[in-house]
Write a protein that binds this ligand. Sequence first.
Ligand code: HAM
Length: 450
Amino acid sequence: MVVHDIQASSLNDIVFFTMSKSGKVEKIQSIRGMNDLVGREASRWGAWEQTIRRVLKSFHYQEIRTPVLEKTELFVRGVGGESDIVHKEMYTFLDRSEESLTLRPEGTAPVVRALIQHHFHLESGGNRVFYFGPMFRYERPQKGRTRQFTQFGIEFFDDPTPMADAETLILVQTVFNELGVMDYTIHLNSIGDAESRELYTKELKNYLNKHQGDLDEDSRRRIETNPLRVWDSKIESTQEILTGAPKISDFLNKESREHESRLQSLLKAAGVSFEMNPKLVRGLDYYSKTVYEIQGNSPALGSQNALGGGGRYDDLVALLGGKPTPAVGFASSFERLSLAIPDRDEKRRSGAYVAFVGEETSLQDEAIRILGLLWGLGVRATADYTKKSFKSHLKSADRTSSRYALIIGGDELAKKEIQIKDLESGEQVPCPLSSSLRELEEWVQKSDLS
Ligand code: HAM
């Protein structure tokens, strides 16, 4: 997709044409496939990110943040010009100095670009990195598939051993476990190293050429440009032809075969279950040897059942101009995971709600003083400054899932105390309101406000 440069004058035109003729201001909707995340769903995602970060930390991964915009060439070279991602799905445009830029469709190529630029893997312990962030693909939106999606990914550099591959899969299993995702299958395959693939590609090409007439247009073109990508075709008739095609697993050289069988033994030793899937090639060009995909088994996932995918990419760093560096990694998206993570009831009450009943400014002064104390002590606390009656305050306390209501009215102020109501048990106790708020602080220390 190419978005053309917009000059300032045409920006005014856009505003003019989007106002309706009747003079009524039209609502502006979000872009198709790019969703807002609000309320409970946003806080669920926040909680998942915290869980994932905790696991990643225990596996010694460090965070990396790269820009959302990169030079288009990075993905053309890295992911491959014949991949669906580059061929059909990128948000690519010319900037004001006519440079072709692309909203990143994935995170691996940008991380490799950063590795070559900063050599961060040479710092001690810096060879395992993770990222969270938005990725962009112009795909047909459906359940679990959006045009802007949030990936979390890991990349592990400088280690050619099958133990590194195994570690990434153990990490994936640990993350899924912690998130409560249980019903999935790890599909594993090897697409061999460059030497194995060269041999295989020749055979595949011969086979596909014999069936040219029955293939879809994209696949026919790919016979010449990149035959392995024919496996990505979603066209049923092409997939039928592929059932008789030679399989990459029969063309692995000794090194690739040994790598794969060692990985299988390691996974068995670590208690990671997997299924070998000889048809799995993954849709990105940079892979070599190990490829894997985590497929959710729940029918609720529909056709978008890939909960994550990854593999080894030993040639990518050199392909992008760096020193040859073996690497393996994985990524998953929150959009997909959200369909598989059980919806645990998070409606537990916590923290305090400050209710000031009345309109006097002295009540407001006390309320803001108490809130300041609570926030300073790290307590989850809130108030609704627009409410005045006791009843409407209690409704707000309920809506904010607060555990306690700290109530101050004119009578309480005169007696220099507040009422603390436990909204779970209904119990209510007074608490002195001294100038230092010492008694309230003591109450906070001994109460369960988490
Ligand atoms: P990928 O298979 O293209 O691999 O994407 C990884 C995961 O991102 C998918 O399994 C899926 O869960 C999610 N995903 C992809 N497209 C969408 C979408 N349109 N909407 C929602 N979720 C989506 C990669 O991106 C590689 N960079 C993974 C990797 C890291 N390989 C090595 N290191």
